[in-house]
Design a protein around this ligand. Structure first.
Ligand code: AMP
Length: 205
């Protein structure tokens, strides 16, 4: 039976990397609001363009994001949801439209998040994620084409973490109070984190 998985954690906790592995291993849809919004950054909505919020590290208004998630989940036979909900009102909306089988929380210390995000680089051709220090590419050709996400600069990263503390921490408490949350130590290596996640999802099946 296909699973509905929610993955929570701060920016830079490893949600994108681990979600891609979950989607592949468990054959579910990877639904990520960050990627969906980046693909539509300059779309005019009655609330303004997503870019006008994203480039400042602020949350895009709920109606825009809720609609993206509603449409994506209605088409998915099993999913891993990444980057949503980011505040309590989104969490309530999600409660209304779907049931979750597994809620994972990738726990990473804040100093570590700043290092990870400001050093993060992307390969625009493959979508692969690197880090200037922890995970540089082996080939010079790849190294030369790497780009930095516009919101991974130090100033915007600090603001994203502030928004996370203020708006998204309460979402984690919301699931924890319901007894649904499985905490994963996100400071382990990516492979170790993956092992914990895989075991958790298999046990919940
Ligand atoms: P991410 O790739 O998940 O780090 O998201 C990048 C940016 O997209 C965030 O800093 C927000 O501006 C916006 N965004 C992504 N998901 C949401 C969401 N659930 N609610 C509001 N804004 C979002």
């Amino acid at each position: 039976m296909s699973q509905n998985v929610l993955i929570l954690g701060a920016p830079g906790a490893g949600k994108g990397t681990q979600s891609a592995r979950i989607a592949e291993e468990f054959d579910v849809e990877h639904v990520t609001t960050g990627d969906a919004l980046r693909a539509n950054k300059h779309m005019e909505t009655e609330h303004g363009t997503p870019a006008s919020f994203m480039d400042e590290g602020e949350l895009v208004p709920d109606p825009v994001v809720n609609e993206i998630v509603r449409a994506a989940l209605s088409e998915a036979d099993g999913f891993v949801l990444d980057g949503y909900p980011r505040n309590l009102s989104q969490a309530e909306y999600l409660d209304d439209i779907t049931d979750l089988d597994v809620v994972l929380y990738l726990d990473v210390d804040e100093d570590e998040l700043v290092n990870r995000l400001t050093g993060r680089r992307l390969d625009p051709e493959t979508g692969d994620i690197y880090h200037v220090e922890y995970n540089p590419p082996e080939s010079e050709e790849v190294e030369e084409r790497l780009v930095q996400r516009e919101d991974d600069t130090e100033e915007t990263v600090r603001e994203r973490l502030r928004v996370y503390r203020e708006n998204t921490r309460p979402v984690i408490d919301h699931y924890e109070e319901r007894g649904d949350l499985v905490r994963i130590d996100g400071e382990q290596t990516p492979d170790e984190v993956w092992e914990d996640i895989r075991e958790t999802i298999e046990n919940e099946a």
